[in-house]
Ligand binder design. Structure first.
Ligand SMILES: NC(=O)c1ccc[n+]([C@@H]2O[C@H](COP(=O)([O-])OP(=O)(O)OC[C@H]3O[C@@H](n4cnc5c(N)ncnc54)[C@H](O)[C@@H]3O)[C@@H](O)[C@H]2O)c1
Ligand SMILES: [Zn+2]
Length: 372
């Protein structure tokens, strides 16, 4: 069965791959996107799918949004401002775009005539804060540990067991882990998620929240210094500059290819078992930043060496990677792309791109705001 699908943020990195996949499956897709200048640099992306309808507009524009909602039976809500560091000083802009934008969409769900049968919100692993840990020595598990700035200033990067003081081992983070938001961005994602599930339940619109981990792939903004670390490292290496790694590089994340994220999105739309649920969407294993930078340096055949200025970002977590057993068992999700394959795809795509190295600027800006 084909659907009329609205994808907010459909001109962005993840949204555009989702749109391509949905169009390919024969759905009638409408993209709603403001073409945020920081992401799109004043241009309409050339990858925008020609077989999808494009409506330029802001999530703040209720009048435009309500018409689109009335005409859809599935809504993917991906439009958002996405910079964690930036959200700490553009507080108003982030709350406006993410929370009020989603509020507008939900207001339409509650007040307009429509036949929306599924609503999917893009949430984020950033709402977990520090991931889950286990103490190999005493066997206890910990789901709400946190590093203090004091500890980081002493360069004590790892987390010790509160009982036996042995270093804790990171384990996969489940959806049930208590949330711990350490940025305005994370708070907006958590609120988008809760607001969507709440309105979905109140009005009987099956809704799903997907917690994406660290997504990478072609079309990722290379000039936006606030997005993924893979793109940042890549643009440094490409410009023959060493990647700057915070802490000692042994911190880890769950890097997941955009194609696997799209798989998670489509399964959530197609399967009833997704309704009312929250799912992690990740690769399901940890990659340290040292491993990531080594993989990229190897792919480029570069001889740059990463630099470790010994600095850290306030509020940064040490480890967080997904436990994907829930989405595997309920939706048959199965990530397909290895880190090497995914990074090769990213690098091949970037060779044709004009990469502006804006990392220095971002670094200075965060430093001025005393966030590093
Ligand atoms: N990339 C990741 O690693 C990651 C991880 C977790 C969650 N997410 C979430 O996935 C979604 C997509 O992220 P992405 O990485 O593709 O980012 P992106 O910046 O490439 O895409 C976001 C799109 O939303 C649009 N947009 C922003 N504000 C808008 C507004 N007020 N009105 C209309 N459109 C607006 C932008 O123009 C852009 O095209 C976001 O909700 C983000 O929070 C991304
Ligand atoms: Zn212990």
């Amino acid at each position: 069965m084909t659907h009329k699908i609205l994808v907010t943020g459909g001109a962005g990195f993840i949204g555009s791959f989702l749109v391509d996949n949905l169009v390919e499956k024969g759905h009638e897709v409408t993209i709603f996107d403001s073409l945020e200048p920081q992401v799109h640099l004043g241009k309409t992306p050339d990858y925008l799918n020609k077989d999808a309808k494009f409506v330029k507009g802001d999530m703040a524009d209720y009048e435009k949004l309500k018409g689109l909602v009335s005409d859809s039976d599935v809504v993917f809500n991906l439009a958002a401002r996405v910079g964690v560091g930036q959200s700490m000083y553009q507080v108003k802009e982030y709350v406006e775009a993410n929370e009020l934008g989603t509020a507008n969409l939900l207001h339409a769900m509650a007040n307009e005539e429509h036949s929306v049968k599924k609503m999917i919100i893009a949430s984020s692993m950033s709402i977990y804060g520090e991931g889950s840990y286990k103490c190999e020595s005493c066997g206890r598990e910990f789901h709400n540990v946190r590093r203090t700035n004091e500890q980081l200033e002493k360069k004590q990067w790892n987390i010790a067991c509160p009982d036996c003081r042995k270093e804790l081992t990171p384990v996969g983070t489940k959806e049930t882990k208590p949330l711990s938001n350490s940025s305005i961005y994370a708070i907006t994602k958590k609120n988008q998620e809760e607001m969507t599930l709440n309105i979905g339940e109140a009005y009987g619109i099956p809704s799903v929240a997907l917690r994406f981990f660290n997504v990478y792939g072609p079309r990722q903004s290379l000039s936006n210094p606030y997005t993924g670390v893979a793109a940042i490292f890549m643009s440094r290496i490409k410009n023959n500059k060493p990647p700057l790694i915070f802490e000692d590089g042994e911190q880890s994340r769950d890097f997941v290819s955009v194609h696997d994220i799209v798989q998670g999105c489509v399964l959530s739309m197609e399967k009833k078992a997704a309704n009312g649920q929250v799912f992690n969407v990740g690769a399901g294993h940890k990659i340290t930043l040292n491993e990531l930078s080594a993989t990229l340096i190897d792919i480029f055949g570069s001889d740059v060496k990463p630099e470790f200025p010994g600095e850290f970002r306030k509020g940064d977590i040490r480890h967080c990677f997904s436990d994907i057993s829930k989405i595997k068992s309920k939706l048959d999700y199965s990530p397909k792309i290895t880190l090497k394959e995914g990074m090769e795809e990213l690098v091949n795509w970037s060779r044709d791109q004009e990469a502006k190295d804006m990392v220095d600027k971002a670094y200075r800006e965060l430093k001025n705001k005393r966030l590093i």
